[in-house]
Design a protein around this ligand. Structure first.
Ligand code: ADP
Ligand code: MG
Length: 235
């Protein structure tokens, strides 16, 4: 684990992780602190046993802590950050129009769509609304949905910037922001959009999770910009 590059500048961290021994062997999502309504919705989709990355991050995330995570493809990162997203939407009550409470950033249209689809059954089960916004499709349907109230917004950085500039979405009430596949977001060239988006987020009291397959200098810089609290590292 490249501790020197990762922890510098976001110091005073503690670590979870496979060998850290901080996380007991999980037996259920309920034991990780997931609300019962969400546990039931997961179980209806056949998901009953947390994967490792989920057991390592969900307790911190549902407790409001920041997390920087690295785990291989297929390890279950979407639910690791997504279950806490649904839990927050459930707890806080329905979002105000144009003001999502949870923002999930993803590098591509396909990924944004997949994340939204994976969270949709849980959101429906708890009476909250999700929406994925990305480029290459018309703005107006996205604008209409935003103005009817979206709790969990999944977005690609470019399209989100467009929507912010058009003032059809406000990030002023975002309490939990997730940056998924941060390395790919930067590879695609969304650095300036990401900086602009982070500037639109509340200055304090917000929770952040950042997931990335690799931790380059640029990823660490982005984490430093986005993260406000002492994060837990999971690698
Ligand atoms: P990653 O983002 O780490 O590449 P995903 O979040 O896309 O991985 O998960 C990979 C697959 O595993 C998805 O099809 C997802 O539905 C499934 N999955 C995730 N968590 C669980 C779980 N706890 N039990 C069963 N299947 C799961
Ligand atoms: Mg993923």
């Amino acid at each position: 684990y490249p501790a020197a590059t990762t922890t510098e500048g976001v110091s005073d961290t503690h670590r979870a992780g496979q060998y850290g021994g901080r996380v007991p062997r999980p037996t259920s999502f309920a034991e990780l602190g997931v609300p019962a309504a969400i546990v039931e919705a997961l179980s209806a989709s056949g998901i009953t046993q947390p994967f490792t990355i989920q057991a390592e991050t969900i307790p911190d995330l549902v407790d409001g802590r920041d997390v920087i995570g690295r785990a291989p493809t297929g390890s279950g990162k979407t639910l690791a950050f997504g279950i806490p997203a649904v839990a927050m939407a459930l707890e806080r009550g329905p979002a105000h129009k144009k003001r999502p409470r949870v923002l999930i950033l993803a590098p591509t249209r396909e990924l944004a769509g997949q994340i939204h689809d994976e969270l949709a059954p849980m959101l429906a089960a708890v009476g909250r609304h999700g929406l994925a916004v990305y480029g290459g499709v018309g703005l107006q349907p996205q604008i209409n949905r935003l103005s009817s109230g979206v709790d969990v917004l999944v977005a690609t950085p470019g399209r989100l910037e467009d929507l912010i500039q058009q003032r059809v979405v406000s990030l002023a009430e975002v309490e939990y922001v997730v940056i998924d596949e941060a390395d790919r977001i930067l590879e695609i060239g969304f650095e300036e959009d990401m900086k602009a988006i982070i500037r639109c987020l509340p200055k304090a009291g917000r929770q952040t999770a950042l997931f990335s397959a690799t931790q380059t200098t640029n990823v660490v810089d982005l984490a430093r910009l986005a993260i406000q609290k002492k994060p837990t590292f999971v690698a």
